[in-house]
Design a binder for this molecule. Structure first.
Ligand SMILES: Cc1cc2nc3c(=O)[nH]c(=O)nc-3n(C[C@H](O)[C@H](O)[C@H](O)COP(=O)(O)OP(=O)(O)OC[C@H]3O[C@@H](n4cnc5c(N)ncnc54)[C@H](O)[C@@H]3O)c2cc1C
Length: 557
């Protein structure tokens, strides 16, 4: 696009005389141009200002590690590059949203503010303040639902003004609402007029002339966990390339009649295919993902009714957790959270807690599978769902009896896809704190056999726990059992080069099960609570292989 459709400073100041109104599109999540109804609205018959505000909280920046910050800045870079190719740019500013909008109002007299709904309770305060300011400054607010397939508020209303307690109830509720909307058409950028910012307000707005690097924002790689082996790249362009790759794989599996290969045979060492970080930041539209899968599925199985909730069942878990958190500002906490059971985890004052928690965080528990996962998390920011289940269970009800809130914080800092509600929802589920039969923790992931089942050759361990690279496979999941001469031959002496296991899993998990039972029995009556609908749902969520109920991967008490 030529410079002709960028208006000048003088034109911007003289807008009341022009026909077009001035609109600001506020990117928060939803960092994409495709299927973006709020951006579509902002660009209609308007002079458009696309804005992202680094306010220290938006898009999860209040507690963020280097890898996710880098990913976010790559998303912004990609947006900026794309907008520039259409003659505009992304205005990245630093400060509080209301202060920035005040300045923009003074300088540009904008009259419309558009944004995508951030449905989590966490964002209520921020958005309420902005709405209030808009209401008293003649700025129309237009908010659109496109981060989720269904509007959580409508789901709650349809379910009688309470969130559905179980995933199955959730499925039932959304089936009453109907199928989610399809993605909207692409914006015709040849018809869009972009605004420019007067020089006089650039400082006041904390405007970045180009997308900053994480280091400029005070974020640095951690010395012991730098050099990721898998590099996740942020941005819409990359997300759409990955979507096509993923769809090709899915089409092949639909044709062969093998569905959900990611769940049936989880691959810890194969090339990365996940879209969770792209969905978290919204560089991929969840509706595009959902409908592309179903359309391909229906094309291949012409005439057969689509099984909507099977092939996209994982996406529905995301919806479910968003909905559960929508009206619950304490969703990521234990005591104040009405859906969470109060479990007397190891107290903060207990020195054992600090020791165990640090060992878990640093990948030094002495259980190679757990340590590999924890090190991959810090190094790369993404780990497979089955691996997350294993380390979450180990920290909480499985082995260490440590509060899931500590796990949530750690994951929230390091995960690329860290979502306030999805993260906390999964932690409550795995730790038996909610979404689980009242303290009935039947399934406990075994840190030895579960890993062995997933990665029998120990490739994953050798990749992330280099101390054990020369260990023979028969001992790699239980190195403490290796005779000293084998340890010497493998150049790794247990308790010197690699830690002794911090707990005995069999003893710890049995003792923890007993504690759960005692708490359960001490409760007078069962209150209605969130829980799995049945055993099948537990298996599906935990992604246990079908024949896993044989004490090999899961301890079943
Ligand atoms: C303790 C714990 C914490 C987690 N924290 C997060 C988080 O902060 N953000 C996050 O996106 N996922 C989280 N998950 C869920 C899950 O592990 C990831 O979404 C998954 O690893 C993504 O891989 P994928 O894209 O290959 O998934 P696929 O199987 O391809 O699923 C497609 C999409 O569905 C969604 N999804 C899949 N599984 C779940 C699930 N159990 N709950 C909710 N959504 C799901 C994701 O957006 C995912 O990209 C967590 C799981 C656990 C056990």
């Amino acid at each position: 696009m030529s410079m002709e459709n960028i208006i000048t400073e003088t034109e911007a100041m003289d807008l009341d005389t022009q026909e077009k109104q001035v609109s600001v599109h506020w990117f928060r999540h939803g960092l994409r141009l495709h299927d973006n109804p709020a951006l579509f609205e902002a660009s209609k018959n308007s002079i458009l200002y696309p804005v992202f505000i680094l306010d220290g909280e938006t898009a999860g920046t209040m507690h963020i590690g280097y890898n996710r910050f880098k990913f976010l800045l790559e998303c912004l870079s990609d947006l900026d590059r794309q907008l520039r190719s259409h003659g505009g740019r992304l205005f990245i500013m630093q400060g509080s949203p209301v202060t920035i909008f005040e300045t923009l109002k003074r300088k540009l007299n904008f009259t419309k503010l558009c944004f995508e709904q951030d449905c989590e309770a966490l964002w209520r305060k921020r958005d309420k303040k902005v709405r209030k300011w808009c209401a008293s400054n003649d700025v129309e607010v237009r908010e659109f639902v496109s981060h989720t397939l269904w509007d959580p508020e409508i789901v709650i209303k349809t379910n009688g003004n309470v969130p559905p307690l179980t995933y199955k109830m959730y499925l039932h509720t959304v089936s009453c609402i109907g199928l989610p909307p399809r993605p909207i058409e692409d914006i015709d950028f040849t018809q869009v007029t972009f605004g420019s910012l007067p020089d006089s307000c650039r400082n006041e707005l904390g405007l970045f002339e180009s997308v900053p690097k994480p280091e400029q924002m005070g974020k640095y790689p951690e010395p012991d966990f730098s050099n990721p082996l898998i590099r996740w790249v942020g941005g819409e362009t990359e997300a759409l390339i990955k979507l096509n790759e993923r769809l090709s794989q899915e089409i092949e599996s639909f044709k062969s009649g093998v569905y959900l290969s990611n769940q049936v045979s989880p691959d810890l060492t194969g090339p990365p295919t996940s879209q969770s970080a792209a969905l978290k930041f919204g560089c991929l539209s969840v509706r595009r993902f959902y409908w592309s899968l179903h359309d391909h599925f229906n094309n291949i199985h012409e005439g057969r009714p689509p099984s909507h909730y099977n092939i996209t069942g994982q996406l529905i878990w995301r919806e479910y957790f968003y909905t559960m958190s929508a009206n619950n500002p304490f969703y990521d906490q234990m005591e104040k959270n009405p859906i969470c059971l109060n479990i007397p985890w190891v107290p903060d004052s207990d020195p054992k807690k600090v020791k165990y928690l640090n060992a878990w965080k640093n990948g030094q528990t002495g259980y190679p599978f757990i340590d590999a996962v924890m090190r991959q998390l810090r190094r790369e920011g993404w780990v497979h769902h089955v691996a997350r289940n294993a380390v979450a269970c180990f920290l909480t009800r499985g082995d260490l009896w440590i509060n899931w809130e500590d796990g949530v914080q750690h994951f929230f800092y390091y995960l690329l896809d860290a979502d306030w509600s999805v993260n906390a929802g999964n932690w409550m589920w795995v730790s038996s704190s909610a979404f689980e039969q009242l303290l009935d923790c039947t399934y406990c992931v075994c840190p030895v056999n579960f890993g062995r089942r997933l990665d029998p050759d120990g490739i994953y361990i050798k990749r992330y726990v280099p101390e054990l690279r020369q260990f023979p496979i028969e001992y790699i999941y239980e190195p403490w059992k290796a005779p000293l001469e084998i340890q010497e031959k493998a150049n790794c002496i247990i308790s010197k080069d690699y830690p002794e296991r911090i707990v005995n899993h069999v003893q710890a998990s049995l003792a923890n099960k007993q504690k759960m039972l005692e708490i359960r029995n001490s409760l007078l009556e069962e209150t209605p609570h969130c829980r799995p609908a049945d055993t099948e749902e537990v298996y599906q969520f935990m992604m246990f292989p079908e024949n896993c109920n044989d004490h090999l991967c899961a301890n079943i008490f």
